[in-house]
Design a protein around this ligand. Structure first.
Ligand code: SAH
Length: 396
């Protein structure tokens, strides 16, 4: 097995159990390794620290599979790791009875580059690193064994695969998709999941608990849901008794899916829902000009800052939408605002939101801190920014 030798002192992040080894930390590779092959990681002094997947074309040159430098990285290793991830979800009471659950959350489950989401009988798998790609068959077999699922559909079409020198790959890796399309029930609301064409693996499971909270806060309120995608927050708000729900997204296919989702739920009052295809930045200004007001506003934008390099521009974008969010609220109204940007930490996000409230001239306080659902664990070594963060702020 090839050996990856670190520059002096570059083992510190590994001692904190951070699984990434950047190109700048690598002194040399001794022996031969193809992309995805397992290498042993050694300090400059020759002490073996870990086993990792080699990825020569990525800035993240290696990702750790095990901090036991003697661990066998083989089929059995992946079957055990997959089974352990699935078992962790089974032990969380809040996930019992949920049809849509994230089963594997990459680094946080010790499986860098592996995402697996279960939607009923179908597991959608996304592999984003050379190492994960190499062990595809073992991971698929592990998922089938641990879940008994009817199908594993692969959505390895994320752009980041390009950085790893990988082509995109989609299609069934096991079984077949149900002929009539796939739906799940999330907290009493039926939603279609387009595993072939939807974003990511088809659905944003990380917001499940926050969608439920929105429903609980929605009774009698005029709701505005920005970046609504397939209407997850909108439908929970309707289910919770919202007086009206205006939902905005720039994607026509997402809005079509949202309308179909509403039709899948005959218990909800269609006449209270309004859908608008628009750029949220412009739509918020137009709503302000029209003098519209709301009692509950959800802002769940896409990643404005994938990394710290984009933080400044992203901060302006967050400030802008939150400023208008606050301006459009009635007294006593609630703004539920999120960021999933790796480049914006919790503290900075709160500062941006606080600045927006001041500029909007409102007196606001945080009533809930919002995070991703528990099937999206966060490894303790993961940097602060790298997860969903949100605030529910009530204005005076
Ligand atoms: N809240 C959703 C997920 C949002 S994903 C849920 O719970 O399922 C982000 C959405 O923002 C996508 O649907 C994308 O089409 C939309 N989007 C991105 N940029 C936008 C813009 N400038 N204006 C309006 N919608 C935008």
């Amino acid at each position: 097995m090839a050996q990856l030798i670190l520059h002096p002192g570059k083992e510190r992040s590994l001692f904190r159990r951070h699984p990434w080894i950047f190109a700048g930390s690598v002194d040399r590779l001794e022996g031969r390794a193809r992309p995805g092959d397992t290498v042993t990681v050694l300090t400059a002094e020759g002490k073996a620290l870990a086993r990792a997947a080699w990825s020569p074309s990525s800035q993240i040159r290696a990702r750790v599979w095990s901090f036991d430098a003697e661990a066998a990285i083989d089929h059995a290793f992946f079957k055990r790791a997959v089974a352990a991830s699935v078992a962790r979800r089974a032990a969380i009471p809040a996930l019992h009875g949920q049809a849509g659950v994230r089963l594997i959350h990459g680094e946080s489950d010790g499986l860098p580059g592996v995402i697996a989401d279960r939607y009923g009988d179908v597991v959608v798998l996304q592999l984003t690193s050379a190492g994960a790609d190499k062990w595809r068959d073992a991971i698929v077999a592990g998922l089938v064994q641990a879940t008994g699922c009817a199908a594993v559909y692969e959505r390895s079409d994320s752009e980041v695969r390009g950085l790893e020198g990988l082509e995109s790959r989609t299609g069934c890796a096991h079984g077949a998709l149900p002929a009539g399309g796939l739906t799940i029930v999330e907290n009493g609301v039926r939603m279609e999941v387009d595993v072939e064409g939807g974003h990511k693996t088809g659905f944003y499971l990380d917001q499940r608990d926050n969608r439920l909270l929105t429903g609980q806060l929605a009774a009698g309120r005029a709701v505005l849901n920005c970046f609504c995608y397939t209407g997850g927050f909108s439908l929970q708000a309707l289910a919770g008794g919202a007086e009206s729900v205006l939902s905005i997204d720039s994607s026509a296919p997402a809005l079509d899916s949202a309308r179909r989702n509403l039709a899948l739920n005959p218990q909800l009052d269609v006449s209270r829902a309004e859908w608008q295809e628009a750029d949220v930045f412009k739509a918020l200004r137009a709503l302000k000009d029209e003098g519209r007001k709301f009692d509950l506003i959800v802002l769940d934008p896409p990643k404005f800052a994938p990394s710290a390099a984009h933080a400044e521009r992203a901060a302006r974008a967050y400030k802008d939408i939150n400023l208008f969010g606050f301006r459009l609220l009635n007294p006593g109204g609630i703004l539920m605002t999120y960021s999933c940007s790796g480049g914006i930490g919790q503290e900075l996000f709160q500062k941006i939101v606080a600045g927006a409230a001041i500029d909007a001239g409102v007196d606001a306080r945080i009533i809930y801190r919002l995070s991703a659902a528990p099937d999206h664990p966060i490894g303790l070594a993961v940097p602060e920014g790298e997860y969903l963060k949100g605030l529910a702020c009530q204005v005076g």
